[in-house]
Design a protein around this ligand. Structure first.
Ligand code: ADP
Ligand code: MG
Length: 230
């Protein structure tokens, strides 16, 4: 089985011509099956750019990047759309729809499966909310949930689809210490029990303990860190 994420010699630049600025340089990174990798580094070091490339949210420019078996260099938009459906995303802001309940928000991520019907989707969404400890809040809209609860709904939504990979960008940045830890511990436990690998970008030192491996970025490069491979 190939690694869920296998990157070598990835370079990326924003802008054209004189405005062109390299932001990722010679990135080599692999994430093994079920592995939980934290990506840290100062603001502006390129973490989000790398995450969005892996998530097929932007087009690759140079290098090899295979995600869940899909080579992204030269991939078509259709191939990228299909890959995105196999990935669970969690962002700093929960990105829940305000006019839907928690359960409907989770169920929406399941609509991409043409074989599913709405009742089954809502049932599955309910059990995912149960798994994140929100069974009693399933019918509340996001505005009636705390920040930590909203992020737990985002975790339920990201996992509902049985993704092959979870990508999370600063998921605890807007949360206090206790709810931040609650959310990532939940995410880790659920992903672990399903064998889903996680790449989580953070500069929150309070959550580093969930990692199997910590990868540090600086100025567009991954620091070769023997300590993190122990
Ligand atoms: P991080 O997530 O580590 O803070 P980013 O990947 O967001 O880093 O940004 C890396 C660098 O690329 C920064 O210098 C940032 O200003 C620049 N950058 C990010 N997004 C864009 C964009 N859409 N256009 C031009 N430059 C960008
Ligand atoms: Mg960022």
């Amino acid at each position: 089985m190939p690694n869920p994420v296998q990157i070598s010699g990835l370079n990326y630049a924003y802008g054209e011509g004189e405005m062109r600025r390299a932001v990722l340089r010679d990135i080599n990174l692999s994430i093994g099956a079920g592995e939980i990798v934290l990506l840290t580094g100062p603001s502006g070091s390129g973490k989000t750019t790398l995450l969005t490339l892996i998530g097929a949210l932007r087009a690759m420019q140079q290098g090899d990047c295979a995600v869940l078996g899909q080579q992204l260099l030269g991939a078509t938009e259709d191939q990228r759309v299909l890959l995105r459906r196999r990935i669970g995303f969690i962002f700093q802001q929960h990105n829940l729809l305000g006019f839907l309940t928690a359960r409907q928000n989770v169920a929406m991520s399941l609509e991409l499966d043409p074989a599913s019907n709405e009742r089954d989707r809502l049932t599955l969404a309910g059990s995912m909310l149960d798994a994140v400890g929100l069974a009693d809040r399933a019918d509340a809209p996001p505005s009636q949930l705390s920040g930590g609860q909203r992020q737990r709904v985002a975790v339920a939504r990201a996992l509902a689809n049985n993704p092959g990979l979870i990508l999370a960008d600063e998921p605890t940045a807007a949360l206090d210490r206790v709810s931040g830890q609650e959310v990532v511990h939940l995410l880790r436990d659920l992903a672990r029990s399903r064998g889903v690998p996680i790449l989580l970008v953070t500069h929150d030192p309070r959550i580093l303990d969930i990692a199997d491996r910590i990868v540090e970025m600086e100025d567009g490069r991954i620091l070769d860190d023997a300590r993190s491979r122990a």
